[in-house]
Design a binder for this molecule. Structure first.
Ligand code: S3P
Length: 172
């Protein structure tokens, strides 16, 4: 079996954790939710890691877990939306993964993320739309930079998105 190492990137709420298992099942490979791996490794929730140690400490655990995935050969991984903010991660994504960028409109993201601040520390303390707009401004170019493929996800089912990614693989 040829190497199938796929990363799903995109903003919080774009559907990475929903599409990931559907795509992995379709391809017959494992699915790794990177936030869950980080939580298991740290024995704490993402929110606790942010609160107790700060974002930098979280990013370093995230990079460590991503690097571990890059050493496996058959998997779909869904890292958190901020994984692209670290240059070393962007380099690793480009060199080791087929990267599908799940691109969603800010309005779609806002709809899905309303009421989610408890689990997503970066959304706390700001009006949601402003926070999304600001983080998107900071990250949009990074998502484009790592993407092997861009999938516009608005209005599409997880199955349709998984299908689009599989077809994208065949042409690479
Ligand atoms: C983050 C996204 C979250 C999680 C953490 C930071 C981000 O993952 O990793 O709260 O910086 O965008 P999801 O994209 O799965 O929500």
């Amino acid at each position: 079996m040829r190497t199938l190492r796929i990363a799903l990137v995109g903003f919080m709420g774009c559907g990475k954790s929903t599409v990931g298992p559907v795509l992995a099942r379709r391809l017959g490979v494992d699915f790794v939710d990177l936030d869950l791996e980080i939580q298991q490794m740290a024995g704490r929730t993402i929110a606790e890691i942010f609160e107790q140690d700060g974002e930098r400490a979280f990013r370093s655990l995230e990079s460590e877990c991503l690097a571990r995935c890059a050493r496996q050969s058959h998997l779909v991984v869904a890292p958190g939306g901020g994984v692209v903010t670290v240059q070393a991660n962007r380099r690793l994504l480009r060199s080791h993964f087929h990267v599908a960028y799940l691109r969603a409109r800010p309005a779609t993201l806002a709809e899905r993320l309303r009421g989610q601040a408890e689990h997503r520390p970066l959304l706390r303390g700001h009006p949601l739309e402003d926070r999304i707009a600001r983080l998107m401004r900071e990250r949009a170019a990074f998502y484009d930079e790592v993407a092997s493929q861009i999938v516009d996800v608005d209005g599409k089912s997880p199955e349709a998105i998984a299908e689009e990614i599989s077809s994208g693989l065949k042409s690479t």
